[in-house]
Design a protein around this ligand. Sequence first.
Ligand SMILES: [Zn+2]
Length: 140
Amino acid sequence: MTNGFPKGFDPDQHRLLRTLYGDLVPPLEMISVRSGLYALVDHMFAQIGRLPHRRDLRVVRIESRNAGWLEIVTTGGAAGAGDIIADAEEAARRTCEHCSKPARMVVKVGLESLLSAPDVVLGDRLLCTDCADAFRKEIG
Ligand SMILES: [Zn+2]
């Protein structure tokens, strides 16, 4: 069950965001986060979507890279968008990637994890205490 938290985004939630905010939202495959960050991404689009002058603003890609590091790439611009995006990136630094509770620690997932969990995705994860305990059991 180590792939219980793959990176991606919920297709239904994505469809709804596209309906609400159109081209502001990138294609589904350009959003690559674990489920704990879905609400944060959703909230960010809701806020940007409310900006009065956002016609040429596009979110090109959203990707969580290393533990707590969310990369949000945009083109164009809109007054106020920078602050909203910075807030989302900041929130990702304290949000559990698996369940969205307050994060407490970074769990290292290095090559040695492959010995007990051959299909685990490498790369460190920022998790809450409960998720860290559960995940450490999975990766041995
Ligand atoms: Zn958690």
